[in-house]
Design a protein around this ligand. Structure first.
Ligand SMILES: Cc1cc2nc3c(=O)[nH]c(=O)nc-3n(C[C@H](O)[C@H](O)[C@H](O)COP(=O)(O)OP(=O)(O)OC[C@H]3O[C@@H](n4cnc5c(N)ncnc54)[C@H](O)[C@@H]3O)c2cc1C
Length: 309
């Protein structure tokens, strides 16, 4: 399979954007994860479409990787093709609208908006993912969500009929994203995000910066930002706060191997050094069981478990 990729995509290979047996730990905020059989880092829509078309024709499984900040990648890694979106990095302004490609870091987008005197994205400052991952997850914090500012997106429908058609791009208006809590049509329909336009409002850059700083301060106060993690492990269960439930079960600091429940925020699992994905998975299962036995509350993971388990 690797040789076939190399022969089929010689330019990507020669430019170092097609890699084999590439460890993914360095591409995950948990610093955990085995290798990808094939890791492609396209920089053009044409290459992205060609890679997807090839994978579908050869029935090779593929996975789209953003910044890897909401993932637990298995120790065995990911079979088939992993497509990293970091090559898609443009931001442009048109009046009060900012357009950003999938691989733009959310932090970069927030800082760009602030400098341009455009408000609305302050809530996202400090969420460490990419624009593609944020739209896919409907990321949110401190009372805001992507859905509040998103105007429209461009996506790919990953099937051969669409990819090989004259115009493979799907244009989604805001309401067509079917956003809800950490959920979007990109997840339910398996769409690949290319870019989005965000509708913002004019404001004083200094006032925007002050709000961003305040949000950053709150995050640093409450969350273990100094240790590798995947953010909040669980979705917020209706009527409860996960961190409090876990803390009330006496689990603060509890660890399996080097995977530990953060003593700063019990909704986070942190990697103390050499944690494996298996350690994290066992800890997740232990938390779910303990919380259910004590409070009859079912926890659902927000982080996505990917790869071969
Ligand atoms: C310390 C820390 C704090 C965090 N705080 C928050 C928070 O406050 N709020 C919040 O909502 N999240 C938070 N997160 C989680 C995470 O940052 C978000 O979910 C983020 O949106 C994920 O983006 P990503 O690029 O890292 O996606 P990844 O983790 O790479 O991928 C997540 C999912 O999105 C898919 N995906 C990524 N890019 C694309 C694309 N272009 N097209 C299609 N699918 C794609 C992937 O296939 C995967 O299924 C936090 C994480 C950490 C580590």
């Amino acid at each position: 399979m690797k040789r076939d990729f190399q022969d089929h995509f010689p330019q990507l290979y020669e430019s170092g954007h097609l890699l084999f047996d590439q460890p993914l730990a360095g591409r995950s905020s948990f610093k955990i994860g085995g290798p990808a059989d094939v890791l492609a880092l396209p920089h053009t829509q044409k290459d992205l479409i060609a890679l997807l078309t090839y994978a579908l024709q050869k029935q090779i499984p593929y996975f789209i990787l953003g910044k890897g900040t909401n993932l637990l990648i298995s120790d065995k890694g990911i079979r088939g093709l992993v497509i990293g979106m970091e090559g898609f990095r443009k931001i442009t302004r048109d009046e009060n609208y900012l357009s950003a490609f999938a691989g733009v870091k959310l932090r970069q987008l927030c800082e760009f908006a602030q400098k341009e005197g455009l408000a609305g994205l302050e809530f996202a400052h400090g969420i460490p993912g990419s624009v593609g991952g944020a739209v896919f997850m409907n990321a949110g914090a401190y009372g805001g969500e992507i859905k509040d500012v998103l105007y429209c997106s461009k996506c790919l429908i990953p099937d051969l009929e669409h990819l090989t058609s004259f115009d493979p791009i799907l244009h989604l208006r805001a309401e067509q994203h079917d956003f809800s809590y950490r959920m979007s049509a990109l997840q339910t329909r398996g769409l690949i995000h290319l870019s989005s336009v965000f509708r913002l409002t004019e404001d004083d850059p200094a006032a925007i910066q002050a709000r961003m700083k305040e949000i950053e301060r709150k995050r640093l106060d409450k969350q273990p930002m100094d240790k590798p993690s995947g953010g909040s492990v669980f979705k917020r269960p209706e009527g409860h706060f996960t961190g409090k439930l876990v803390e009330d079960c006496g689990l603060k600091g509890y660890r399996i191997g080097d995977a530990a429940i953060s003593d700063k925020h019990c909704g986070f699992i942190v990697n103390l050094g050499q944690a494996s994905a298996q350690n994290v998975l066992e800890l997740i299962e232990f938390i779910c069981k303990t919380v259910y036995d004590r409070y009859q509350v079912s926890l659902e993971t927000e982080i996505r478990l990917v790869g071969e388990w």
